[in-house]
Write a protein that binds this ligand. Structure first.
Ligand SMILES: NC(=O)c1ccc[n+]([C@@H]2O[C@H](COP(=O)([O-])OP(=O)(O)OC[C@H]3O[C@@H](n4cnc5c(N)ncnc54)[C@H](OP(=O)(O)O)[C@@H]3O)[C@@H](O)[C@H]2O)c1
Length: 477
């Protein structure tokens, strides 16, 4: 074997040193910037440091195993690499400049003799691969990507139902992700509040945001479950900045009390993620007298978001992400029966109507709050405990097509964290693409219905303002 220096590249970017180091040292994100990489993951727990290992699967069909040998924050990272075909040593040097950061990447490869011969025959090939990767890293760090626009083609496919439904599956996710851009925006100074993070999509989003370095406040109703989860998240990601707030969000008294505590604590909320949800069959009423889907999926996020406005307004790039559902496409808001009191009750219909209501709010808030990016998304069909327990028949029939919670939660994180998502508001997203909020005029509310709906919620805000947790509990007795 002989040492063969094949790559020594330097790039300069207009980003602070600590931001560049944070992005590059979480080396699993190499899949965002190196087009030769199919996927990558960190296979040890904790924040990147000496001893961290990454598995990088190459598009060419083989894997690389990285081991961090040296790690000096904001200065240097040294990794050894093993694979079926070669071993390597990769060194990354970071240096602050007047305008940003200089990054030098040096890779030394040890090829077995036959491959070394190949490299002699095609010396330009390795060089080209390296240069392409570094150009990708530079573009990732420059972070100047266009915001995806509405696509008439996607909207037409949605209206044809079957092509639209195909997008909800893991196949739709895989097709969409091909055109995605890196998300290198620094999250280390940002605070995310996320509801329903003890399971499924919320848990996946919380983990991704923790990995990006954000400070997290997790809203959960079960203290023991939340404490276990936070311990695991801290161990896995090395992010110690994770706090818990306890609230049963189907109780309006709890929602008000939560908002009061958060307001008293102060500080910006940069990302508010209204994700907690469930589907109720048969019809249930809370101790406070509200139908449960209405209370949990619509009234509670409405009250929480309106109350937290002062904390959102002090953020440099505030985002609100409302987690909806494709089921919303089937329903129109019924202002005369917001709580499904009349006719036969269906949990799926009550759920879809509440999600429709939150879409109307997304549009209304986007109009009213120009400085906040308010968006809604739906996760497609994801394999979560919520789907398994509330829709067992659907779950059994479609399990093989369901995406992972991480895949379903990707757009939540992208809307909350990416630079380009800050430039758009009031839209409905799936897999980082804009989709129409209605597939048929049948589900569109009139101007009067919209006004009435917003007035009814505002009245409920005033009427429930005096609720205290104790009153809520008394009502249940
Ligand atoms: N999975 C999908 O395919 C899919 C599709 C469309 C939309 N969605 C939406 O995605 C969101 C997350 O769903 P999921 O599939 O991840 O379900 P999940 O696994 O059941 O997670 C739901 C989360 O919401 C929390 N939650 C439920 N009721 C609550 C309450 N009263 N107070 C506080 N927290 C409460 C749960 O807490 P506990 O752990 O204590 O139960 C859990 O953390 C929901 O809004 C759902 O409507 C999901």
């Amino acid at each position: 074997m002989s040492h063969n220096v094949t790559l020594d590249e330097t790039i300069e970017v207009n980003r602070p040193l600590h931001e560049v180091f944070a992005y590059v040292s979480e080396f699993s994100r190499v899949q965002e910037w190196d087009p030769a990489v199919a996927s990558a993951k960190k296979i040890t727990s904790g924040a990147p440091g000496v001893g961290t290992e990454f598995q990088v699967d190459m598009r060419a069909g083989f894997s690389l195993h990285y081991h961090v040998e040296e790690f000096r924050t904001d200065e240097r990272m040294l990794m050894t690499v093993e694979s079926r075909f070669f071993s390597a040593c990769e060194e990354i040097l970071f240096e602050a400049t007047d305008d940003g950061t200089k990054l030098r990447y040096i890779a030394q490869f040890d090829f077995p003799a036959p491959l070394l011969a190949l490299n002699k025959i095609y010396p330009a090939a390795m060089d080209r691969v390296g240069k392409t990767a570094m150009a990708g890293l530079k573009a990732a760090l420059e972070d100047d990507f266009e915001t995806p626009k509405e696509s008439g083609w996607l909207a037409a496919a949605d209206r044809l139902v079957l092509p639209g439904l195909w997008r909800f599956t893991k196949l739709g996710y895989r097709a969409s992700r091909r055109g995605w851009k890196p998300v290198s925006a620094y999250q280390g100074n940002r605070h995310a509040l996320i509801t329903g993070a003890t399971s499924g999509l919320g848990l996946a989003a919380a983990k991704q945001l923790a990995e990006l370095g954000a400070r997290l406040t997790i809203v959960a109703r079960d203290n023991a479950k939340a404490e276990n989860l936070v311990r695991d998240l801290k161990d896995e990601t090395g992010n110690d900045n994770i706090n818990i707030e306890i609230a049963d969000l189907s109780l309006i008294s709890d929602t008000h009390a939560l908002a009061d505590r958060l307001l008293a604590a102060g500080g910006p909320i940069d990302m508010l993620i209204n994700n907690a949800g469930a589907l109720f069959n048969p019809r249930q009423q809370t101790a406070e007298g509200f139908e449960k889907s209405f209370a949990l999926l619509l009234l509670s996020p409405y009250l929480l978001t309106e109350a937290l406005l002062p904390l959102l307004k002090v953020s440099e790039s505030p985002r609100i992400v409302n987690v909806l559902s494709g089921g919303m496409y089937t329903q129109k808001i019924d202002v005369d029966d917001l709580q499904s009191q009349h006719g036969d009750y269906s949990g799926s219909v009550a759920y879809a109507k509440a999600k429709r209501g939150l879409m109307i709010l997304t549009e209304a808030w986007a109009e009213r709050w120009e400085d906040i990016a308010v968006n809604a998304m739906h996760p497609g069909w994801a394999d979560t405990p919520g789907v398994e327990t509330s829709l067992p028949g659907f779950y059994r029939a479609t399990k093989w097509l369901l995406r992972t919670p991480e895949e379903g939660a990707d757009t939540v994180v992208w809307l909350a964290a990416s630079t380009e998502a800050a430039r758009v508001s009031g839209k409905f997203w799936l897999d980082r693409d804009q989709h129409p909020s209605h597939l048929s005029d049948r589900t569109r509310e009139t101007e009067e219905e919209r006004e009435q709906f917003l007035e009814m919620l505002a009245e409920l805000k005033d009427a429930t303002r005096s609720y205290s947790t104790e009153e809520g509990i008394k009502k249940s007795a």
